[in-house]
Design a protein. Structure first.
Length: 182
């Protein structure tokens, strides 16, 4: 499974409640007319972006797809009827966009989790050392691990989504996702 993540802010002159409603309208339009291979999507507000971001309130959209072909179909179909109008309405109100594609490496992912942290593999540490250590640190936590596949902005290498904050032996930037409107 692949996850396309899109980070954005609302334009300063746009009313927050209106922006949230437009985001929800777009996700509802995707769910009502899902492109082939599309699993689901959602948006969350963040306490902070996974990197030093812009001055506004960051939002994070998640789009889950079966594979690369499905992601390509989603990319094409998200901006076509019947999803085009809701997409265009919210896109016109957004700014400071960045995105990345992640592959699920461990666990299950079917929606947002209460905690999300972003980290990078330490320099010169082989993946065959890092990954087992990461998974051992997550033992007992209901967690999903995703690894970046393609980057379209300043996206960190790994995402960990969990039901509670795990103790990890590396620096983590927790973004504090909240459901829309909170």
């Amino acid at each position: 499974m692949l996850a396309y993540l899109f980070w954005h802010e609302r334009r300063p002159e746009v009313d927050r409640d209106r922006y949230l409603a437009l985001l929800e309208d777009f996700h509802r339009a995707l769910a009502a007319a899902p492109p082939p291979g599309f699993r689901r999507s959602w948006s969350v507000t963040l306490r902070t972006a996974p990197w030093d971001g812009g001055p506004g309130e960051p939002f994070e959209d998640w789009y889950l797809a079966d594979d690369w072909a499905a992601l390509g179909t989603l990319n094409d179909q998200a901006v076509r009827p019947p999803r085009q109008d809701p997409h265009d309405a919210v896109a016109a109100q957004a700014t400071n966009g960045a995105g990345a594609v992640y592959a699920l490496q461990h666990g299950d992912l079917d929606g947002p989790r209460p905690w999300t942290g972003w980290l990078a593999k330490p320099d010169r540490m082989p993946y065959d050392t890092f990954v087992p250590r990461l998974l051992a640190a997550l033992e007992g936590a209901d967690a999903a691990v995703l690894r970046r596949q393609m980057v379209l902005g300043p996206a960190p290498e790994y995402a960990v989504l969990a039901d509670r904050e795990p103790v990890l032996p590396w620096p983590v930037r927790a973004t504090g996702p909240r459901p829309l409107g909170r």
